[in-house]
Design a protein around this ligand. Structure first.
Ligand code: AMP
Length: 394
């Protein structure tokens, strides 16, 4: 990575502001239902504390739209973090202001504190320069470790990095190294598996990957527009009629570049998306007019898994079907299992596929599960992430 990390600078005796991504999913009572994002932030926090820094943590949670709202307090995060770190992490009453200043000024090396939700201030998402300066005034160094928010130029991600020396945390370093290596210098064969609902959301990813992969596998809802463009019947399946020509173009570009493009050869079709109707497996020519493709079929699962088995690098983004309904999750599970069984570099590119592999308890069995949804997609599109761009170069 061409950006400095916490390991490239002296942190001893320094007060370090760490932007983490503690935007964890919660139940209706505020209970944290998945603490992966908190756990992923621990290496950086522990490294800084062990090396004589004091650590001031900042994050957003949810969408309070610039107003203080108890529903979005980081209090549950402070409690979980205290448990995971084994030290009491106080939650400060705000992220800026005199009380915060008084607390952080009194902090000693080895101390840690969590600022309250930065999005309680509208200046955060507006990337207000004065607000960024105020955040920065409580630290000597800024560490960006919120990969999931790195695609947003906000005050606590990009703005603050312009005020004080700014480097990457260990999570951001890992995200950029693993995904960056896969994109720039993959071990081949390099297979990308794309799924999810909409062609439109993945266009830029498809275009960027087409120039890099040996095999492109397309499943999930987005596959039906590709199949329709080839003349297959798709019944009531998801379809983006405006992008039929685009899909046709991708198929011929793949041919021209020698990229193997795989589409589903059979499907699980159902009368409704919620799993309450009837369902059956049909081949590619057989989707009935009144049924919806809800998952890849078993033959497709096998064919995709076979391709993954041959790969040395696998990148997966997007489920193969409506995996939230257990009956429609077999295809997604087949891909997850193929990744787990593979000895290749296996990367799950955030969002729903990360949630799926997490739900299956298989996240520890792949090389890397990205913590970013939108950020991973933009990275895979080849875009510059503003929260990373603002960090010091090596
Ligand atoms: P994305 O956020 O684009 O990765 O899309 C994820 C969503 O795509 C999930 O909520 C899936 O339920 C949905 N999805 C995947 N396959 C299908 C399909 N065949 N029909 C409808 N929705 C689908």
């Amino acid at each position: 990575m061409s950006k400095k990390t916490v390991k490239d600078i002296e942190v001893k005796g320094k007060r370090v502001l760490v932007r983490a991504d503690f935007n964890v999913p919660q139940d209706q009572y505020g209970g944290i239902t998945d603490d992966r994002r908190i756990r992923e932030a621990l290496p950086t926090i522990k490294y800084l504390l062990a090396n004589g820094a004091s650590v001031v943590l900042a994050s957003h949670l949810g969408r309070p739209n610039g107003e203080r709202n108890e529903k979005f307090t980081l209090r549950p995060v402070a409690a979980r973090l205290s448990g995971l770190l084994g030290v009491q992490v106080p939650l400060l009453p705000d992220c800026v202001g005199p009380e915060v200043k008084a607390h952080v000024t009194a902090m000693k090396p080895g101390d840690v504190a969590l600022l309250e939700n930065v999005r309680f201030h509208k200046e955060e998402e507006a990337n207000d320069a004065a607000f960024a300066k105020e955040l920065a005034s409580n630290a000597d160094i800024f560490v960006m470790d919120a990969f999931g928010t790195a695609h947003r130029a906000h005050a606590s991600t990009e703005g603050v990095a312009r005020c004080i020396p700014a480097v990457a945390g260990l999570l951001v370093e890992k995200e950029l190294r693993v995904m960056g290596d896969a994109l720039s210098d993959p071990k081949r064969p390099f297979v990308a598996v794309l799924g999810g609902a909409k062609v439109k959301d993945k266009i830029a990813v498809v275009e960027n990957l087409l120039g890099k992969v040996d095999t492109l596998i397309i499943g999930g809802g987005m596959a039906y527009t590709f199949l329709k463009s080839e003349g297959y019947p798709t019944g009531g399946s998801l379809l983006d009629p405006e992008r039929l020509d685009y899909c046709r173009g991708i198929i011929s570009q793949a041919k021209a570049r020698g990229v193997k493009l795989l589409l589903p050869i059979d499907h699980l079709v159902a009368t409704s998306l919620d799993g309450k109707g009837t369902s059956k497996v049909v081949n590619a020519e057989g989707i009935p007019q009144d049924m919806i493709g809800v998952d890849i079929g078993p033959q497709t699962g096998k064919a995709f898994a076979e391709e993954i088995r041959k790969a040395m690098t696998v990148l997966w983004n997007g489920p193969m079907g409506v995996f939230e309904v257990p009956e429609f999750s077999k295809g997604t599970l087949a891909i997850a299992n193929a990744l787990v069984e593979s000895s290749a570099v296996t990367i799950v590119g955030g969002g729903d596929s990360a949630a799926a592999i997490e739900k299956l308890g298989l996240a520890d069995k792949v090389t890397h599960v990205s913590t970013g949804g939108g950020a991973s997609l933009e990275f895979l599109e080849g875009k510059v992430l503003p929260g990373i761009d603002a960090l010091q170069d090596l």
